[in-house]
Structure formats: C-alpha cells, structure tokens
Design a protein around this ligand. Structure first.
Ligand code: SAH
Length: 396
C-alpha cells in the first residue's frame, strides 16, 4: 500500500501488553507460556481463560473457579483483564447509546486516543457499530469522521474490547443485570446480536486486526456471534476485498453513494484510485456472495447531488447480476457540513425505483441523531478539543 500526505501511514499501536482482554488464542497461549505454564497444560488453560473472558465476561482472574489458586495469583501478578475506559456514555431518546472510549497511550506524550462505539437496539436485534481506526484517512466529503486528523489503527484487542464493554454495560453477560429501561431488545434476545464495522475508520486499511477481531467475536466457545451477523463496510479498498471474504467469512457492505465516477471522486475520493468499474468487478467475485448472503450497498441521500430518478435507474443497472441489497441512508447533518439531506418525497421515489427493480431498499431510519451517534457523525472529543485549542492559539 502506498501512502501520501493525504493518506498517511496509520500508526501501529503498541497495546497494553499486560491486559489479556481481547486476546486471541495464540496470544493467550504465549502469555501462559511466558509465566511458566507447562506446555502440556497450555491448551486446557487457554480454553479455561477463553471461557471466562469471552463467555462469562470476567474482568479479573478471581472468579475463575476451575483455575488453581496459585495460577490465578500468578496471572494476576503479571496480567490484568483491563479494558479501555469509558470516558463518556450518552443515551439517545430512541435508546441508541454512544460510548466514548479512552484507549491506552501508545508512547511517550500520548494521553490515549479516543474512539466511539454505538449501540442501536431494535425490536428483533441489537446492533453494535464498532470503530476500526482512530479517525480516518479517506476524507469522504459528507462524513464528519473524515475531518478528524489523528489516525492510527486499532489493535484487534481494542476492537474486541468494544464488544466486551457494550455487553457489560448492557448487562449481557451471565450474572449481570440489564439496564431495565426497556431500551434493549426483549426477553430471550441477546442485547448485541449484530456487529457492523461502520464506526470510525476504514476496516480494510486495518484488515489483519479486523480479521482477528472477527475470529474472536464469532468463536463458538466465547462471544459466539454468527458470522452472518457481522458486516464489514468499506469505501472500496478493492485489492483487499477478496481477502476479507476469504479470511473472515464476514458479510460485506459497500459505501457506494454515487453511480458516476466524476461524482464519486468528489464524495469518496478513494474512487480516484479504485473507480466504480473495479469496485463492482470485485463485488461480482466476492467470496461467498449469494442470494442468501447479499452484499449491502449503502447510499447516502444528498439533496440535489445524487438523489435523482436517473441516479436510481443507473444504480439498478450497475448492480445487475450482483446479489445485492440497497440501504438508503438519509444524510445526517453535522456542524459545517456542505450537504443537506434529500427531501422525503425524493427518497421515496428513489426507493420505489430500486424496489420495483426487485431489490430490497429499506430507508435506514436515522438513530441517535440527538447525541451525534448516527452514521458519519462520529468524531471524538479529543479531536474537537484539539481543534478548539488550535483555534485558540490562532492556527488554521
Ligand atoms: N470506511 C468504511 C466504514 C465506515 S461506515 C466505509 O466507508 O464504509 C460509515 C457509513 O456511514 C458509510 O457508509 C458512510 O458513507 C456513511 N456516512 C458517513 N457520513 C454520513 C452522514 N453524514 N450521513 C449518513 N451516512 C454517512
């Protein structure tokens, strides 16, 4: 991958080596070997830890009743199960929750970056929208996150911890009590049943960590989410799409937003590198895409920009032959945004054309707009504070 001033290489985080929250099986095995657990015991011990961390949601070694007292003490001497801190929690009037998480510092002078993670409850499911990077390098012109400068990849542990934290806060581990405010799905349903990689960042620029995170989240002995309920969204990093499908088995979403290259170049500048023709070709060959496992095409409705009936008909033509569903997203405004949301009649007309061509075309109801938790509104407070500080000293 090549980087430039507009696409800087993301910094790699040196995650807190002492916390095992979010660790993969090989990482747990290495940690155990490092404290002298004999080789022949490691498999069993990894299975035990795995169960406690991911099935039971343990936050310390103490409750691990089937692990000997001596080993629990040794583990506690060397490791923790610490997760990133919740710096702020906001709950929208519609039940959407947004957590601002403070990550561990990655080096001298770093106070710890912040990322956001959003939970969207519906009657039949609960979706957690996770971030894959701090900030984003893509600079899509309608997305708030793209205006945030600081960028680094999240580690797999930091991605997985978003799910651990959400499940803890939602009372979704054995023995915990749900919030009881009626704002999580009904009885017998898991609070978090679906994951979408649609928070901050471009997941395919952090594919190795996203792949590890998907593996841990879908592991049947632990967090046990179905891979069909894990969706990775990309603005179209074409060369990594095949690998995503082959290595994770996750569902794919494409942030399409325009049906002509000249417009898409402006909305999603990555299009200049990977134009529509290449993107759609990669969708046609995406591993595992079938009518039962359709690719989602996200399309943000921008007033007088991409919302005409001609655009809708062209969209149908472009997607011909791809097992697709289309998600129309009313544009979510943010302070200073250069766009407006399309009028409702316009969205309905667009949706009708797509529907009549045989595609499911739900219009996504904006959720959590009152707490800036909706698509494209995420931008962490650190960056806002930094921007304010820059203004104060007279910089840009
Ligand atoms: N970088 C990945 C993951 C982010 S997903 C990607 O682009 O797919 C976030 C989704 O919200 C994307 O589809 C994005 O295009 C959409 N989005 C961004 N800003 C938005 C806004 N202001 N209103 C509605 N949707 C927006």
């Amino acid at each position: 991958m090549s980087y430039s001033a507009t696409h800087p290489a993301p910094l790699e985080a040196a995650h807190d080596p002492t916390s095992l929250a979010g660790a993969t099986r090989p990482e747990l095995a290495a940690a155990l070997a490092g404290i002298g657990v004999p080789e022949r015991e490691i498999r069993m011990r990894v299975a035990q830890l795995w169960h406690w961390i991911y099935h039971a949601g343990a936050t310390s070694f103490e409750p691990m009743a089937n692990v000997s007292k001596v080993l629990r003490a040794t583990l506690a001497e060397h490791f923790t199960l610490a997760r990133p801190q919740i710096a702020a929690e906001q709950i929208s009037s519609d039940g959407t929750r947004k957590w601002l998480l403070r990550l561990d510092p990655v080096g001298p002078g770093d106070k710890g970056a912040e990322v956001e993670c959003v939970y969207i409850p519906e009657s039949d499911r609960g979706t957690l929208c996770v971030s894959s990077q701090v900030g984003c390098t893509l600079n899509c012109s309608f997305c708030h996150t793209g205006t945030q400068k600081l960028v680094r990849n999240l580690t797999a542990r930091e991605i997985i911890c978003q799910l651990l934290i959400a499940r803890e806060r939602l009372g979704d581990f054995p023995g915990l009590v749900p919030p009881g405010d009626g704002l999580v799905p009904g009885e017998g349903l898991r609070a978090v049943s679906n994951i979408v990689f649609m928070g901050m960042g471009e997941p395919l620029y952090n594919l190795d960590n996203v792949r590890d995170a998907v593996a841990v989240m879908s592991d049947g002995d632990g967090l046990a989410l179905s891979k069909r309920r894990i969706t990775v969204s990309t603005a179209g990093v074409v060369p990594r799409m095949e690998e995503l499908g082959r290595e994770t088995g996750a569902m794919l979403a494409i942030s399409l937003h325009a049906v002509r290259d000249d417009l898409r170049d402006k909305l999603v500048p990555l299009n200049k590198k990977y134009p529509l023709k290449d993107l759609l070709a990669a969708c046609r060959t995406y591993p595992g895409a079938t009518n039962a496992r359709r690719i989602t095409f996200e399309y943000v409705m921008l007033k007088d920009i991409n919302d005409s009936p001609t655009d809708a008909r062209e969209l149908v033509r472009l997607l011909k032959g791809i097992p697709a569903k289309i998600n129309l997203i009313p544009f979510n405004p943010w302070p200073g945004a250069p766009y407006e949301c399309s009028d409702w009649e316009r969205i309905e007309k667009f949706s009708d054309i797509v529907f009549n061509a045989g595609y499911a075309s739900p219009v996504r109801t904006p959720r959590g707009r009152d707490i800036l938790a909706a698509c494209g509104q995420l931008k962490s407070e650190t960056e806002k504070l930094r921007a304010r500080a820059r203004l104060a000293v007279g910089e840009e």
